[in-house]
Design a protein around this ligand. Structure first.
Ligand code: S3P
Length: 450
């Protein structure tokens, strides 16, 4: 039997589950939910969003949209997903906030709003919690400055808080991103909406393309051209973003925890409903399958049905025999948020897994290379870290132990899933961070293991 108990607000104890069974509905995709709120704020009139993620990150974005002058009404919400009605004056009617814009723990809010605010004719300050204040912003400041916006940031313009002095119109640019990052790409494209010509962003690896898809469903002509050097995405400045109604698919990055839980547990069958399976997000499914995971995918209707142009599927995962895998920098870029839980899958697979070129993980909500390695080692896994590479020796029986999420939602959920198999009790310190993306995670964990 699974026991998930909270002896205090600071820890959760997870005990092994004899079997895992159940059906899960996940919070709306966090990346899509942020963009849906932001684009509704840029559009004139009424937009409707059903099933947005209801975690703290998306709430930060909703609060910022309201501070800039959109009317944001939560019409429904169950602590997992929320429905919104947004009425906005559109980009030209937005106004400066009287207070700093608090992004909380959310890097996506800070980086995408930096792009939006670059092209609005007033000054804003973007700030966040201690974790966000440690995450680099040079990667967005440099390209946005080249478009004409003025930025000031702490520590030699490298860290939040960030002051954005917007300009209208911005200069259209053709830039290559120094690292594959959907946040950087999206910041430039959103600024490009307010530029005086065609803005192009070039990436060496195609990162998640929600911004492009969602702009297209809102009437903006966004072009993507792939070649051997990567992909070039462009749009015309001055394009109008239309108000739409849409339904947000379930978050595949949240599904990842159940896909791994089901695959590594010896007696498991889990069904995960309405998951977004966008080709630029589904790498976790394909990597786990390549490791031997038995994941069945049942596609749901036409991609355009939900109004966001995002394909969805029900996923069924069953107990599997996993094998080790070798992953390189391109895999890391396309499964960037799933690497911690993939490391747990690797720990239960036969053979040694290598993950090379994972340096970007050091700039997430925590240093996820060190945080994952320390937590898994505490559970008895042999993990070597060599610069930005990881080697994980598989096949070790996990032994319950104290672990620390470092206030990082993805680490909290990774160690909790490990607790479903680890002998004895696994303690997760600072588990509350799971609510950043998946407020109902611990309730779901208890439900599928009951
Ligand atoms: C996101 C992009 C990724 C990801 C983050 C969400 C997005 O960040 O890690 O959780 O919504 O665009 P990077 O683009 O910086 O890798």
């Amino acid at each position: 039997m699974t026991g998930v108990s909270a002896p205090g607000p600071a820890t959760v104890v997870v005990r092994p589950a004899a079997r895992l069974r159940g059906e899960l509905r996940l919070p709306g995709d966090k990346s899509i939910s942020h963009r849906a709120l932001m684009l509704a704020t840029l559009a004139v009139g009424e937009s409707r969003i059903a099933g947005a993620g209801d975690g703290a990150d998306v709430r930060s974005t909703a609060a910022i949209c309201a501070a800039l002058g959109a009317r944001i009404e939560r019409v429904d919400g169950d602590g997992g997903s929320a429905d919104y009605r947004i009425v906005s004056p559109g980009a030209d009617g937005l106004r400066a906030s009287s207070t700093d814009l608090d992004c909380g723990n959310s890097g996506t809010s800070l980086r995408l709003f930096a792009g939006i605010l670059s092209g609005l004719p007033f000054t804003s300050v973007l700030d966040g919690d201690d974790s966000l204040r440690r995450r680099p912003v040079t990667r967005i400041i440099e390209p946005l400055r080249s478009m004409g916006a003025v930025f000031h940031a702490r520590s030699n313009d490298s860290l939040p808080p960030v002051t954005v002095v917007g300009r209208t119109p911005l200069r259209a640019v053709d830039v290559a991103t120094p690292i594959p990052s959907a946040q950087v790409k999206s910041a430039i494209l959103l600024a490009g909406l307010r530029a005086d010509g065609r803005t192009t962003v070039r990436e060496s690896v195609a990162t998640r393309d929600h911004t492009e898809r969602m702009l297209r469903t809102r009437g903006v002509d966004v072009r993507s051209e792939a070649d051997r050097a990567g992909v070039a995405v462009s749009l015309e400045g001055g394009s109008t973003v239309e108000a739409v109604s849409e339904r947000v698919p379930g978050d595949v990055s949240a599904a990842a925890f159940w896909l791994v839980a089901g695959a590594i547990h010896p007696d498991a069958e889990l069904t995960i409903r309405d998951v977004g399976v966008n080709p630029t997000r589904r790498a976790i499914i394909d990597i786990l399958r390549a490791m031997g995971a038995r994941i069945e995918e049942r596609p749901l209707g036409d991609a355009a049905d939900n109004g966001v142009g995002e394909p969805m599927a029900d996923l069924v995962v069953r107990s599997s025999e996993l094998r080790a895998i070798d992953l390189g920098p391109a895999d890391v870029a396309t499964a960037i948020d799933e690497i911690p839980i993939l490391c747990l899958a690797a720990a239960l697979a036969s053979g040694t897994t290598t993950i090379r070129g994972a340096g970007e993980l050091r700039h997430k909500e925590s240093d996820r290379i060190d945080g994952t390695a320390i937590g898994l080692r505490a559970l008895g896994v042999r993990v070597e870290v060599d610069g930005d590479d990881l080697r994980i020796r598989g096949g070790t029986a996990l032994a319950g132990a104290p672990t620390d999420s470092l206030d990082d939602h993805r680490l909290a959920m990774t160690f909790a899933v490990a607790g479903l198999l680890a002998r004895g009790a696994t303690t997760v310190h600072r588990p509350g961070s799971a609510a950043v993306s998946y407020p109902g995670f611990f309730a779901d964990l208890e439900r599928v293991g009951a």
